[in-house]
Design a protein around this ligand. Structure first.
Ligand code: FES
Length: 123
């Protein structure tokens, strides 16, 4: 019984590991939020009411309305973009070298402090 409680305790800690993600919205405001590991950067934005991340397709990599520009210091630390994301980004407004779809970036401890600049997704 006691062992189960200890396991539950550590299980809860594991599930609730968080990373700080910084969203800079198009009005220049900086929003620092804690996002649970395993969620995507897009889900972190939606759950924290970050303006500009629309996510019309709900994370299926089919709309490009979760487009953001990644802080250049973080670009090399993200998992590489796959062909599907690359193709969908071609439909995004003002794609740049540091463009990514935030629904394709999973939050982890390694991304603690990640800064993303929300793109114009509501046009
Ligand atoms: Fe639609 Fe990311 S939410 S492509």
């Amino acid at each position: 019984m006691q062992i189960l409680k200890i396991r539950d305790f550590f299980g809860t800690l594991e599930r609730k590991r968080m990373a700080k993600i910084i969203y800079v919205t198009t009005d220049g405001k900086r929003h620092e939020v804690e996002v649970e590991n395993g969620y995507t950067v897009m889900e972190g934005a939606i759950n924290n009411n970050i303006d500009g991340i629309v996510a019309e397709c709900g994370g299926a990599c089919a709309c490009a309305t979760c487009h953001a520009y990644i802080d250049k210091d973080w670009l090399g630390k993200l998992p590489p973009m796959d062909d599907m994301e690359d193709s969908m980004l071609d439909a995004a407004y003002e794609r740049k070298d540091n463009s990514r779809l935030t629904c394709q970036i999973e939050v982890s401890d390694a991304l603690d402090g990640l800064t993303v600049f929300v793109a114009e997704n509501e046009y």
